[in-house]
Design a binder for this molecule. Structure first.
Ligand SMILES: *Cc1c(COP(=O)(O)O)cnc(C)c1O
Length: 364
């Protein structure tokens, strides 16, 4: 077992100690049982096999750890954004897993795709030509644009590109509005996907987390959830996967009228105890959380006061029964989506911003 909290440090440092001891910026506890449970729960919603999206370093949690854990849970297909991300997870997965690359076959990708047996999802006539020229016998998929106008072959490209459909391992598209079930674009994109692919025997995939929850019409031959695996919206039944615990560097008592942090945006209206924590916007705790987020000491809520600094947070711990050694910003009292809401963003951004300075501690 790895200790979850830094060793106890002196909490009676004189206020204003200019040399706080250097220490880790925090501990990111990753509940692998919850990750596995979320994968199984999403997989159980479909008769089709469930792949896993592990791009952006496994949504900030560590792509190798996540991919290995989900492979043990029976996952055989993984999606990443770039060939480099695929190369990163290949050693942990061994040769039998399929690793699909959303960005397709970009200039400069050929060696990575070949050496790590990655399957590019080709997005344009140019990518198809590049792939045919560079790696003529190497597996590929095709991505279609059914209405998001982001990646994929357009309906105009498709009549010519369709000749490559039979040899593809997968034909996929992505929904723009799946986290909003009544949105009319869901049915529209579904109809477009059918119109472009009906009659082809190549396996098809349309659903990410949101599409998985829209129901079997959207599932085709493979679902490919991402955020729901990690405990995020729109999979509201997900188990929380992360707890982020931040160490206290020092605690000071301030009288009424004292300002806290950059630009003195917070001024205490009564005597307060202020804890300074080792983490900040450089660790993904974005500046928009200033004076908005809440941290937790057990069951006690502790408001973030003043501006978020690059490496530091200032937290009002007046209500804590004893001086805390660490506070949680993600955990049982606050999900990634609740923290995102406080900061005016989405859970995806909170997760994928979790910085490299945290110690990632998996719990089985
Ligand atoms: C990111 C992504 C996914 C996973 O989406 P979630 O909303 O995180 O489930 C699936 N497909 C594509 C094309 C993506 O870009």
């Amino acid at each position: 077992m790895v200790a979850s909290v830094q060793p106890a440090r002196s909490l009676d440092l004189p206020p204003g100690n200019p040399h706080p001891t250097a220490m880790a910026s925090g501990t990111l506890h990753i509940d692998l049982a919850a990750l596995t449970a979320n994968y199984r729960a999403l997989a159980a919603k479909s008769a089709a096999p469930a792949a896993a999206v592990v791009k952006a370093d496994g949504y900030g949690l560590g792509s190798t750890l996540v991919a290995q854990t989900l492979a043990k849970a029976g996952c055989e297909t993984f999606f990443v954004a770039t060939a480099e991300e695929g190369a990163t997870i290949r050693p942990a997965l061994g040769p039998s897993a399929t690793i699909n690359v959303f960005s397709g076959h970009m200039e400069g990708d050929t060696e990575l795709l070949r050496d790590h047996a990655l399957t590019p999802m080709l997005n344009s006539p140019e990518q198809i030509a590049r792939h045919q020229n560079a790696l003529p016998n190497h597996a590929y998929g095709l991505q279609l644009d059914t209405g998001m106008s982001r990646l994929g072959l357009s309906p105009q490209d498709w009549p010519a590109a369709r000749a490559h459909a039979d040899d593809a391992t997968l034909i996929m598209s992505h929904l723009a509005c799946a986290d909003d079930p009544p949105h009319s674009q869901n049915a529209q994109q579904l109809a477009n996907f059918h119109a472009m692919t009906d009659g082809l025997s190549t396996p098809k995939s349309l659903a990410a987390t949101g599409g998985t929850l829209l129901g079997p019409d959207y599932h085709f031959d493979m679902i490919r959830p991402g955020v729901g695996l990690y405990g995020g919206f729109p999979f509201t039944d997900a188990q929380p996967v992360v707890r982020l615990s931040l160490p206290v560097i020092q605690i000071r008592e301030i009288p009424a009228g004292t300002a806290v942090g950059y630009s003195a945006t917070y001024v205490a209206d009564s005597p307060r105890k202020i804890a300074t924590l080792s983490a900040g916007y450089a660790d993904g705790l974005i500046r928009a959380m200033s004076s908005k987020a809440t941290l937790w000491h057990g069951d006690t809520p502790c408001p973030l006061v003043g501006r978020v600094s690059m490496d530091l947070l200032t937290i009002d711990v007046t209500d804590c029964a004893e001086p805390p050694h660490a506070l949680d910003i993600l955990g049982p009292h606050q999900t990634v989506d609740q923290l995102a809401e406080a900061a005016g963003t989405i859970g995806y951004e909170i997760l994928t911003s979790l910085g490299p300075r945290y110690t990632r501690v998996p719990t089985p």
